[in-house]
Design a protein around this ligand. Sequence first.
Ligand code: ADP
Length: 708
Amino acid sequence: MLGLAIAVSILLRGRPNRPRLFFAALAFDMGLWYLAQWLYHSGRSDLWARWTAVLAVFLPQFALHLFEAIVPEPNRRSMLLRAAGILVVPMLVLVLMEHTHLLVRGLVFLYVFGLIAAGLYRLARRGERSGSRAVQRRVRFLVLIGALATAFSLADFLWFIGAPLPPVSAVLSIVFLFVLSESLTRERLVDLYDILGQLLVSTALAFAMGGIFYVFVVLLGGFDNSYLGAILAAIVILLLFEPLRSKAEDYTHKVFFRERVDLERAVAKARGVLLHTLQVSEMQQIVISALEESRRATGAAIYLRDPLGSDFIVGAGFGPVAPARIELAAAHPLAERLNQGGAILMEDVAHQALEQRRSGRTREAEVDERLLSSAQLLGPFRTGVCLGIWGEKRDLLGLLLVVDDRVRDAFSPDEGVLLESLAVQVGVVIDNSRQYRRMQERDRLAALGQMAAGLAHEVKNPLGAIKGAAQLLSDPGDDSQLGAVEQEFVGIILEEVERLDRVVGSVLDYARPSKGELGAVDLNAVVRRTVTVLASDRAEDCEIVTDLSERLPPVRADAEQLRQVLINLVKNAVQAMGGQGVVRVRTAIHAEPPTALASAPAGEWVEVSVRDAGPGIAPQVLKNLFVPFFTTKDRGTGLGLAISQRMVEEMGGRIEVTSHLGDGATFTVLLPSGEPHGLRAGSAGEVEHRAGQTPAAPEAVLPSLKPA
Ligand code: ADP
């Protein structure tokens, strides 16, 4: 019954392929064979004895085909299969004609056991030849159980020739079928670790439970109260099952899976140490030496995204020399598969692709093949395990590659999961170290800002004095006029003092920005006014074109600061174009809050963007745009964008930049629309009015600014 159940289950559990079909046939044959024997024993009908013999003749046929299908060797024709195919006909004729004769039985006996033994031997040889550790293990195990089942089945045949023995073979045959069915349904060869463990545990448990049952029902019970005995036995079994199982599992793990335990230990230890690590370089060393010491891998490498985010750069490793750089664009299929979660076992993907090709699933096969060809970038690590290192925001920070080139199929999916836990920890360390660096940077900037502000303050007063003195020199008011040369020098002094004064002013602005008064502001009006002012005092040959959305809701902002931000952006744009060209200023409703603002309030957002047709911004510059004092200009302060960003963020908004090299840059200021909570119109004192109008009473102006 179990044999039949296993046969049905394998057909139900997945696509029937060659090994599965032969397996189902073998399991059916075995099940029916035992059934026919039992029927013969209970009814003594000659018909069942004949059936038993017929089923026995088919047994080696299915078994041999199955063995061939499990470890196929496409280039070798199996002589054994051919011989078995030829033998089956005379054997069938024999048993159908005369199955009771001792000679016929002897022949059937020899035929069945001879072929199965030869089949198992060939299977063992093919397993050894395969060169894959997983296949070797699996096959060794199959052969062992198969040989045991066959040897004990000899006992079953003994009744045939007149010497019945206890049916141990039935149990072993079921075990054999179970192992086969598990390895077929999981498809993954290496999972034998699991199956082996499970099987050892279940077999030990089955025997223990059987023993308990035997003690209660047969030894203690006797015939009359065997029901009571059975119930008692069942209760004892229920009580003991869990603790016995976990003990048996622990034991089998320790005894049979040493290597795996070593890896587990190494990973657990490394994860423990990583908990207290903040340095990325230290983290890499910890991970790499843990993997090296586990002796479970012959190579490992950690790749981290380079600061510009375009490539992976190798950080640390041992074993074969890993490529120094992996281009993100070329590794796209890899990143995509990693994004689906879990470790990628490359050899698994290769097996899978082959299987998919064979069974005609071309699309899936192509996806896997693309993945395999992008894995070529990993060099000597292309056949190992590839794991993604993920950041807090699900961004791919790097790769962890592990390989064991001593054997094929070196890692099981379980080991993949184990390594993944290590990769997760690596991601946490990178995130933490970034956070730590950011905090350090912030503290450093705060200290620097304070110092700069103090310095600026000290410089401002003498600067005023120098300016006054220089002005006096240039225009003394009496007849003692300066000569042309002196006049020019004084001019230079005045000009440079002016510039210094501006720089000092910016530093003070940055160090102590005035807290803006937030109110409902008409963004279009701010833009118009700023553009008018800029257009009037521009010496360059630049045109500022505006494109203003008419149905803009008021934004929550400080009008004066907003104007300052706009002036900064437009001036930068003009300078980027070398003073020539068109700057486009555009306002629009931004339907959704910016995604980068996690705590962005819901509701409408408004944007104003400044676009230029300059040279664009190089990635290295883009990264540092908002860093205070970062500038690429000879006479720049590097504070314009830093101050603008701070102001906009204080208004609850955000500045975004897009730029393509050679194709200009666009700076977009995003602001939340509407009035601040609890703010009555105009109560904050700042309500924007249209350029050129005299300011009206705030309450009177505001309604006209609301969208119609
Ligand atoms: P500054 O203008 O004094 O250099 P900013 O903070 O305003 O300071 O700008 C910092 C840097 O950002 C500039 O030096 C420039 O390299 C770059 N930048 C800003 N705006 C643009 C733009 N529209 N196009 C190209 N580069 C820009």
